[in-house]
Design a protein around this ligand. Structure first.
Ligand code: CP
Ligand code: NVA
Length: 313
């Protein structure tokens, strides 16, 4: 599989085979790390990491994955860089592309990461935008595969803000990999109809189904995983109280987990979580929770992505 010089912007641009290849590679690098096998595959290479928004997992995953392979990662917050302020995105992309082997971007507009990719001439990785969070979904797919030994035919139910970056990106990941995907959210927070249509077209090829509903009852039986995310994403802090009103009936708690009628159903969350809000303390801290595995797998999947797209796999 040759993924040399490819960016990761939405995950729509990767085939099922390419995603499977990245997940296999992630399993391999995870095993290497467990066995303390050290490689220096990024020696002499550099990675620019631009962050308009805060991050714990994404930053640490990129920085440690690149650094422990001998690469040098440079963290650039919007306080450090001219991006979009004194210098256009296009010009920033061309300058960074001359100095770095790859660029990670986390921020607001999807358009920014796409413009960076168009002009940089090196792989650009989307570390989260308002629309998508593709590297998170790679980690989530890895976690699901570790748990169930397969992806095809699983049922993943996302409950919460149905139009945020995680709801979107999980739709892409599930549609590509043949996972039946259900978004349960209040109507006000449904994803765009055109996006749902696009996902159904992708899902047709993999045999997955995409459901969007506001009813919990009748839609979560048989779920293999219940997934939720914060009710107000980064940049939407002013909407917090409105969201609490809309989303309180959609909190994931013990009763929700029982409604799946599946003892083996796991609980997932990209983190950070507001414990007690979108998920009850007992569920996120309970035996069904896989949130720490998802967090760890960020690093392995991101390392796999960089190895593959930088020609070091
Ligand atoms: N899940 C995730 O992206 O976490 P951070 O915001 O800490 O990077
Ligand atoms: N939807 C969340 C995800 C954080 C990883 C946000 O954008 O804040």
């Amino acid at each position: 599989m040759n993924l040399l010089n490819r960016s990761l912007l939405t995950l729509k641009e990767y085939t099922q085979e390419e995603i499977t290849y990245l997940l296999d590679l992630a399993d391999k690098v995870k095993e290497e790390r467990r066995k303390k096998i050290v490689h220096q595959r990024f020696i002499g290479m550099t990675l620019a990491m631009i962050f308009e928004k805060r991050s714990t997992r994404t930053r640490c995953a990129f920085e440690t994955a690149f650094g422990e392979e001998g690469g040098h990662a440079v963290f650039l917050s919007t306080d450090d860089i001219q991006l979009g302020a004194k210098e256009s995105i296009e010009d920033t992309a061309r300058v960074l592309g001359r100095m770095f082997d790859a660029i990670e971007f986390r921020g607001y507009k999807q358009e920014t990461v796409e413009t960076l990719a168009r002009y940089a001439g090196v792989p650009v990785y989307n570390g989260l935008t308002d629309m998508y969070h593709p590297t998170q979904v790679l980690a989530d797919l890895m976690t699901l595969r570790e748990e169930f030994g397969r992806l095809k035919g699983l049922k993943l139910v996302y409950i919460g803000d149905g139009r945020n970056n995680m709801a979107h990106s999980l739709a892409i990941g599930c549609a590509k990999m043949g996972i039946d995907y259900v978004i349960i959210s209040p109507k006000e927070l449904f994803p765009d109809q055109s996006f749902v249509q696009e996902m159904r077209e992708i899902a047709e090829k993999s045999g997955a189904s995409i459901t969007v509903t506001s009813q919990i009852e009748g839609n979560i039986a048989g779920a293999d995983a219940i997934y939720t995310d914060v009710w107000a994403s980064m940049g939407e802090e002013s909407k917090a109280s409105e969201r609490i009103k809309l989303l309180t009936p959609y909190k994931v708690d013990k009763k929700t987990m029982e409604m799946t009628q599946n003892r083996n159903c796991i609980f997932m969350h990209c983190l950070p979580a507001v414990k007690g809000q979108e998920v009850s303390f007992d569920v996120i801290e309970g035996p069904a929770s896989r949130v720490w595995d998802e967090a760890e797998n960020r690093k392995h999947t991101i390392k796999a992505l960089m190895l593959a797209t930088l020609g070091k796999a």
